[in-house]
Design a protein around this ligand. Structure first.
Ligand code: NAP
Length: 381
């Protein structure tokens, strides 16, 4: 029987208001009720209430919450526990999932312990834990080698494989090649990283493609539970094919990384009179320089659209330079030809116009045909 001192205790609501805290609000320990021996009654134990609403085994609220969390939690095994995987694991843990990890080259055990992740130096031991989800977060370049040596036979036949590589056609084909056909495959790309997503994931894009998902309620539900981590954090969920992803990413993410790296080499310095635009350039360098060169090289090598975008960027840079220098030349030429006849001047002017039109065609249409409705600005070239 509880002593009367507990009579004023507030009754906890029958069910917790929110079971899943956000990434920025990790699971907190709840206050404790302490049993203390009272000095005035040495032979009798008295319950001193130090805090209310404590989680006790007989507490209905606590056991319901625990059961709910457990029923929703996934056992997620991460392969490649580097920078990005650690960033993701923090949120997985905060959502109540069991996170296990393995890295092939480095010992990541202390990072894992810090994040509440169970670390396995041997992938055989990891896979014998029979995770629901195996998440590949290896570098793009090492993924074929990693996939070829994983002890897949130790996993359950119904395992869901997910990858987070920054290119998508490449890991899709690798997984289809190496994984048994009973495995589900989900290709994803969180379009953010430890720098851009450090405060919140709200509004950040999360791309996914359900490449192979067996028509079974449990498997479908498991895939939704995994995706729900990102949607619950406020990500903008974008379902699209891996091929479309690579097309869009080459024109946006690869170009962003390239410009960031060029500006890093250029060496942007803090300016006492910097503009907002300049601050954004400095931010861009900060955002991209944390990523390994290997990651950047992977974006180039394993996205067939990247080379074309790099050439377009090069052409665009050349054409901007030409536009500047062209003006200078014109003024200079006007002066030189002041005394020359009109005929010579007209011929030179026409040749220059033709040359510029060719550059504009290549730049705007990747070397294709110029459509009839060229903008007036381009026509004037
Ligand atoms: P990363 O350099 O692309 O990958 C690091 C991971 O790859 C480490 O775990 C490392 O293993 C493993 N690895 C590298 N070479 C290996 C090899 N030869 N054999 C076995 N494992 C090897 O850096 P990251 O930023 O952590 O990215 C991980 C993945 O997430 C990449 O595929 C990347 O495209 C993708 N991604 C990254 C971001 C981001 O913002 N960083 C955003 C979205 C997606 P060890 O742990 O043993 O060193």
């Amino acid at each position: 029987m509880l002593p009367s001192s507990t009579a004023h205790c507030r009754l906890a609501p029958p069910f917790p208001r929110r079971l899943l805290p956000s990434a920025s609000e990790p699971l907190r320990r709840r206050p404790l009720i302490l049993l203390r021996r009272s000095s005035s009654y040495p032979d009798r134990r008295r319950l001193l209430v130090r805090a209310i609403d404590a989680a006790q085994p007989y507490d209905l609220e606590a056991s319901l919450a625990l059961r709910h969390l457990r029923s929703n939690s996934l056992k997620i095994a991460v392969i490649g526990f580097g920078n990005f995987a650690q960033f993701l694991a923090k949120t997985f843990v905060a959502h109540g999932h069991d996170v296990l990890a393995h890295s092939m080259q480095s010992d990541r055990s202390s990072a894992a312990a810090y994040l509440g992740v169970q670390y396995f130096p041997d992938p055989n031991d990891l896979f014998e834990q029979h995770p629901d989800v195996v998440l590949l977060s290896t570098s793009i370049l090492s993924t074929p080698q990693v996939l070829s040596v994983l002890p897949l036979h130790r996993l359950r036949r119904s395992t869901l494989f997910v990858d987070v590589l920054s290119v998508k056609e490449f890991p899709k084909h690798l997984m289809l090649k190496y994984l048994p056909r009973e495995f589900d495959i989900l290709c994803t790309h969180p379009m953010f990283g430890p720098e851009s997503g450090k405060d919140s994931w709200v509004g950040l894009n999360f791309m996914y493609d359900k490449v192979r998902l067996w028509e079974e309620d449990e498997r479908i539900e498991r895939c939704e539970k995994f995706l729900n981590i990102f949607s619950a954090e406020g990500c903008r969920m974008v379902e699209m094919s891996c091929a479309d992803h690579d097309k869009y990413a080459a024109g946006s993410q690869f170009i962003t990384h390239t410009v960031g790296r060029v500006l890093e080499k250029f060496g942007l310095e803090e300016s006492p009179i910097g503009t907002k635009g300049y601050e954004k350039l400095i931010d861009l360098v900060e955002n991209t320089k944390g990523d390994s060169f290997e990651l950047y090289y992977g974006l180039f090598l394993y996205n067939k659209n990247a080379m074309e975008q790099l050439e377009r960027l090069d052409l665009a840079f050349e054409s901007v330079k030409k536009a500047l220098f062209g003006r200078l030349h014109e003024i200079y030429r006007e002066q030189l030809l002041e005394d020359a006849g009109d005929g010579i001047r007209r011929t030179m002017h026409r040749a220059e116009q033709n040359r510029r039109r060719e550059v504009a065609q290549k730049l705007l249409h990747n070397g294709g045909q110029t459509p009839p409705n060229l903008s007036s600005e381009t026509k004037a070239w």
